[in-house]
Ligand binder design. Sequence first.
Ligand SMILES: [Zn+2]
Length: 312
Amino acid sequence: MDRYKRPYEFIDIPLKKKIEKELEDRESKIHKYYKICFRCGQLKMLYEFSREKRNTDGRLGVCKTCKSRESLKYYYENREAILVRVKKYQKDNPRDRSSYFENYRKLNKKRLEKIAKAWYKENKKAIKKRNLKYYEDNKEHCQAIRKLWIKNHKEEIKKYNREYNLKMRGGDKMLRKSKKGFTLIELMVVVAIIGVLALLGLRLYTGQQDKAKNAIVKANAGTIQTLIQAELADATVAEVEDMYDGTDSLTLLANSGIRNPYTGNAQTANGTAGTSGNAGDVYVTLSGDVFSVNGNDADKSDVYDTPLTAKK
Ligand SMILES: [Zn+2]
């Protein structure tokens, strides 16, 4: 049959031959390494088909993905029947698997140990936490077991201790010599450095703590301001004043849930400004129809230079 010439067929013979051979090779390679799946019709690499000795190319006609999809579908459609069948089979053919596992452990001892070590290294913290929790929950039980173990292994422990002592006494003398201790000057330098560090740290630390606490007082004052503003929406100025000055039994401050950061206690009554008040307390004052909210810092001076206000 006549056909149109391909572009490379116009050029010189050796090159043409070379190109044709390459193309041929490529096609044969495709036949060698690729196969079309019966189900999905896709061209796939050979390793994507399961092995099958009866086929000429040694592979199944259906690719692995199609196969697994099919079997999963079958499983989900006939799940109950399959489970019943499996249970029945297990009942009819009881098998002791312990010997199998033992054998497996024996054969793969090194590999398993390696895996276990890696796992332990990765989950060390979680394991310690879990163990500590178990110990806390079952303290008496654990201590009883420990006592029993010591009682049962008394001789072994004594032997171990004796050997350990001997080893340390007769062992590495050089090591012990170098670990004798510090000289007096070294100790004094260390103590001086620790003192300076402690002083620096303490000053920084207390400063930071007060700053953080004052921030909480400011936030508390903000909460009270918001609450007062909310109450003013449907209560008169006098009614709102009753809510925090002690006239009403359930005060606005008690219901606000704010906590004095310096004492850690909930503030239930209105605070007092200045040196007669408490550090960390929030206080509300009313002048005219404007509510002012402010708080005391560590030195019992106002946390806000201009107080927060609320007005109907
Ligand atoms: Zn397929």
